[in-house]
Design a binder for this molecule. Structure first.
Ligand code: GCB
Length: 596
């Protein structure tokens, strides 16, 4: 599915703004067919945004079930004769969409896009009514998993991850045109051979293959033509290529065009292409054949009021702060981020580990009431049904993001229970699917504390060992010397047993800004600084360590818990992006780094 764009042959109209909105805790809307008329008893709701924090109402904040959005928009009269599509960049966690009275789309998964051809349901020049029902329920059939509990107080959503279950229309919604005969997909794989670069492309089109001749041109960042080809597949060579590299987000533009028999232009689509290679060799992670050391964060899409709603202001600010820190990379913990973030990373040479929303496949870790003591993998819990949704999540992530040069690795899960043979049975086919869908990038997952080398059944399947470790916080609290010994011992074991690159994909300590202490007092700013220094000293002593991603870039919202103070406070920045002392300390380390 190609993203909507304005090109010589295509046009977009954003449906961002205020929509009409109504909660539906009893699910009556589907029975009463609320899409058939203007939404009654509706209020204004901004899109994109999570709905949860927009008004100070517990019923909105803690809603479980359906929520309805509706808006009316005029279809431009000049769109007559074009194919018209409606695209949601994300609807969390699932949605059904109607245009007028007709259902046009249904989608499972809260962080990947979907679209519908609505040409038959709208008339250029007239208004169209768009209605969407989103459901935030998480079950063992969804990614991420969860369970809805029927309690005396009503329905309650239980979930197994440490961030608030924000919901709604989190990203852009577009109406857009394409010509009736159109380009449907483009894949570009890049390679390097000495000073030359190559782009292997494949262009899909609607109708019979080859119906309209395909032409492809590649231009450099100044718009100069560097290579051209014809046919739906081919290989372009760029002599003296300018590589895409960390810190140097150089992009070429690949234009695919369809022509009619007379040579007239039918469709044109522009794809930015960064020419680079990625490879794991021994214990090294190589970008363009050179060792790369990941410096950065696990992040969240999270902010006051807008929740997980995409916002360009906050996104650019976060990237600027990461650059100020000297970070060169981040992980999209714990779900695919807005595509705008990957575009930005492409353009600025920021390296991304791209993660699915498979977080919480671990009932050992949960404080869930009904599932405590339950097995993670069973017919009633994480099962083949979950695996089906998980495979779909992997394939939608790869399909969406495969052309981004910034994305160097897929993370297919965060902290699953990985010490059981059942984990291997569940995950082996998923690793295989990811590799089949994209043979060009390494595949990994984030290993949880407790599933050490020798116990973990999945490390063998991963190309890179990613571990989340909190010695000095969840264990060895206020005992940094003890923490140091355990951390070093474990990392050395990973290095010896697997010989693969090791990325510490999470390490961190909750910290309340303004709390100070001379001694090692957890939650103080000084403890966070010393904890991180201890970890860094260990990483620097171990050859196989290929990266450090601090948990977290900024404080973020969670559900209520006695180990959380109005959210998770492991940020180097507060939730409103003010630095804690550790931000300055880490900045000194990262800005002094001389390698990539
Ligand atoms: C983890 C999880 C992350 C949590 C973090 C914490 O291991 O991957 O989602 O927020 O620990 O702070 O406990």
């Amino acid at each position: 599915m190609l993203r909507p764009q304005d090109s010589a042959t295509r046009e977009r109209k954003s449906l961002a703004g205020l929509w009409r909105f109504r909660l539906d805790p009893d699910g009556t809307g589907r029975v009463q067919q609320w899409w058939r008329a203007p939404l009654a008893h509706a209020r204004d709701m901004p899109v994109p945004a999570s709905y949860n924090d927009i008004a100070p109402e517990p019923a909105l904040h803690d809603h479980v079930g359906d929520a309805w959005y509706q808006m009316a928009t005029r279809i431009p009269a000049r769109w007559d004769g074009q194919r018209i599509a409606l695209r949601f960049d994300a609807a969390t966690h699932r949605a059904i969409v109607w245009v007028g009275d007709a259902q046009v789309a249904e989608h499972e998964g809260g962080y990947t896009p979907f679209e519908a051809d609505v040409t038959a349901h709208v008339r250029p020049g007239e208004e169209a009514r768009v209605t969407v029902v989103v459901s935030n329920e998480l079950t063992f059939a969804s990614i991420p998993p969860g369970e809805v509990l029927e309690t005396a107080a009503g329905r309650e959503q239980n979930y197994f991850h440490d961030f608030f279950n924000y919901a709604g229309l989190h990203r852009s919604v577009w109406l857009y045109t394409t010509p009736p005969t159109r380009i449907t997909s483009i894949a570009a794989k890049t390679g390097l051979d000495g000073s030359a670069g190559s782009v292997e492309y494949a262009v899909g089109q609607s109708g019979a293959p080859g119906e309209a001749p395909v032409e492809v041109v590649l231009r450099d960042a100044e718009g100069r033509l560097v290579a051209a080809g014809t046919g739906p597949e081919g290989r372009l060579v760029i002599p003296a290529v300018h590589r895409w590299a960390p810190g140097d987000g150089y992009l070429y533009q690949l234009e695919a065009r369809l022509h009619d028999a007379e040579g007239g232009l039918i469709d044109s689509y522009l794809l930015p292409v960064g020419v680079r290679t990625v490879e794991v060799r021994g214990a090294q992670f190589l970008i363009n054949g050179e060792p790369f050391y990941f410096r950065g964060f696990g992040k969240h899409e999270d902010a006051a009021v807008r929740g997980r709603g995409h916002d360009d202001v906050l996104m650019v600010h976060d990237f600027e702060l990461m650059q100020w820190m000297g970070a060169n990379s981040f992980r999209t913990a714990h779900y695919p981020y807005a595509e705008e973030a990957l575009d930005y990373a492409d353009r600025h040479g920021v390296v991304v580990i791209d993660e699915t929303a498979a977080v919480g496949l671990n009932l050992k870790m949960t404080i869930s009431r009904s599932q405590s003591g339950a097995e993670t993998y069973s017919d009633q819990t994480v099962s083949r049904v979950t695996q089906r949704a998980h495979r779909q999540a992997i394939s939608e992530l790869i399909e969406r993001d495969r052309n981004h040069p910034s994305v160097v690795m897929w993370s297919i899960a965060n902290e699953p229970e990985s010490g059981l043979p059942a984990a291997r049975e569940y995950f082996a086919p998923l690793f295989a699917s990811a590799r089949e869908l994209d043979p060009t990038r390494p595949v990994t997952f984030a290993n949880v504390m407790g599933e050490e080398p020798g116990r973990c059944q999945l490390a063998e399947l991963a190309d890179v060992i990613m571990v989340n470790r909190y010695y000095g916080w969840y264990t060895n609290l206020a005992d940094l010397a003890g923490a140091e010994a355990v951390l070093e011992g474990e990392l050395r074991q990973w290095a010896a047993q697997h010989g693969k690159p090791i990325i510490i994909s999470e390490y961190g300590a909750d910290t309340l800004p303004g709390l100070h202490a001379i001694l090692d007092v957890p939650w103080s700013e000084e403890y966070q600084v010393r904890y991180l220094e201890m970890c860094h000293q260990v990483f620097d002593r171990i050859d196989g360590v290929a990266g450090e991603h601090i948990w977290n870039f900024a404080d973020f919202a969670t559900g209520p818990a006695i180990i959380r103070v109005a959210g998770n406070r492991k940020g180097l920045f507060t939730r409103d992006r003010q630095p804690k002392a550790a931000a300055f300390a880490v900045r000194r380390r990262w800005s002094q780094a001389t390698d990539s």
